[in-house]
Design a protein around this ligand. Structure first.
Ligand code: DOR
Ligand code: ZN
Length: 345
């Protein structure tokens, strides 16, 4: 049993760094773990244009201080107002990689999200033409739907027709949670991929209610049944380059989560690579971690592989109960107070 593992420095293809006072904390944790990260644009107001994305990127780099060993890559928030000209600007701007589709009302800060995808055909055509990927929060939003069915309904009713209508559109189905999504992506045409979070690999919906309501396990899309968790584990360790690491680390203050109407998101960035190592190790697939964490996202986005390496050590340690998110806010990280058996050196 090897007691350490060295891999190419990983990338996080999906992270929420927030803004303002929290940036010092969130950016530092991601930079400690990853070489690059695709930063989600669901700020208030959302990051809808290249100019705003570059300004946000500047604030992230400033929060990290001089010579950061971390490259923030930016995604723009797709709205009903996004025009093809913005797509062309993204295609011409290094460091701005993709658009993010939030169906309006699907999740945290999705009020400005898309109400009618069909009306965005010229914008989607421009993405297809310029090879600009569309990252998708894949949940149907009809309030009458069962919340546990939203992803599978989105895949069948929105994603499948979208891929047919735009056969060259590059798509990442983000933070997949169901067998249906995993199998759909596995069987889809070229140019379709998915990210998988550590929370959806480590937990299932029982963990939302284990011994009482667990607000720190509440994220969107929701955790699903164990059969879905097992399918996500299966594709994550399969070596199939369509499935890669996207932590969806989404910090909120402890107060905002431990509330009568708590908000969705798991703050996993402080321990993300260790959590993935835990899963891959438990599945006897540590040899598949490097592809999933360090190679496949770069391949999909057409980025060079990172040249530096990181070392993980087999060592039992305890995740802190809380982390100071800003001078006025504490956050509870995923796996708070629990033991892990891998640690980033
Ligand atoms: O749980 C989530 N939190 N899912 C999302 O899609 C958004 C994220 C957030 O920004 O808090
Ligand atoms: Zn997210």
């Amino acid at each position: 049993m090897a007691d350490f593992l060295e891999i190419t420095r990983p990338d996080d293809a999906h992270v929420h760094l927030r803004d303002g006072a929290a940036l010092g904390c969130t950016a530092a944790f991601s930079a400690a773990q990853f070489a690059r990260a695709l930063v989600m644009p669901n700020l208030l107001p959302p990051v809808t244009g290249v100019a705003e994305a570059l300004a946000y990127r500047g604030r992230i780099l400033e929060a990290l201080g001089p010579e950061p060993e971390f490259e923030p890559l930016m995604a723009l928030y797709l709205t009903d107002e996004t025009r093809p000209a913005e797509v062309r600007r993204v295609a011409e701007t290094p460091g701005v990689l993709a658009f993010k589709l939030y169906p309006k009302g699907a999740t945290t800060h999705s009020q400005a999200g898309v109400t009618r995808l069909a009306a965005l055909a010229p914008t989607l055509e421009a993405m297809q033409e310029h090879g600009v990927p569309l990252c998708i929060h894949g949940e149907a939003t009809d309030p009458g739907l069962d919340v546990f069915d939203r992803e599978k309904i989105f895949v069948a009713e929105t994603l499948a027709p979208l891929l047919e209508e735009f056969p060259g559109l590059r798509v990442v189905l983000e933070h997949i949670t169901t067998r249906e999504a995993a199998q759909f992506v596995g069987a889809a045409r070229a140019g379709v991929a998915a990210t998988i979070t550590p929370q959806h690999l480590l937990l299932n919906r029982n963990d939302l209610f284990a011994g009482g309501l667990r607000p720190h396990h509440y994220c969107l899309p929701l955790l699903k049944r164990a059969v879905h968790q097992r399918e996500l584990q299966r594709v994550a360790i399969s070596g199939n380059p369509r499935f890669f690491l996207g932590s969806d680390s989404a910090p909120h203050s402890a107060a905002a989560k431990e509330s009568a109407c708590g908000c969705a998101g798991c703050f996993c960035a402080p321990v993300a690579i260790e959590l993935y190592a835990e899963v891959f190790d438990a599945l006897d697939a540590l040899d598949k971690l490097e592809g999933f964490a360090s190679h496949f996202a770069a391949e999909f986005y057409g980025l060079p592989r990172n040249t530096s390496r990181v070392r993980l050590e087999r060592k039992t340690w305890r995740v802190p109960e809380t982390i100071e998110l800003s001078p006025t806010e504490e956050s509870v990280p995923l796996w708070a107070g629990r033991e892990l058996s891998w640690k980033l050196a």
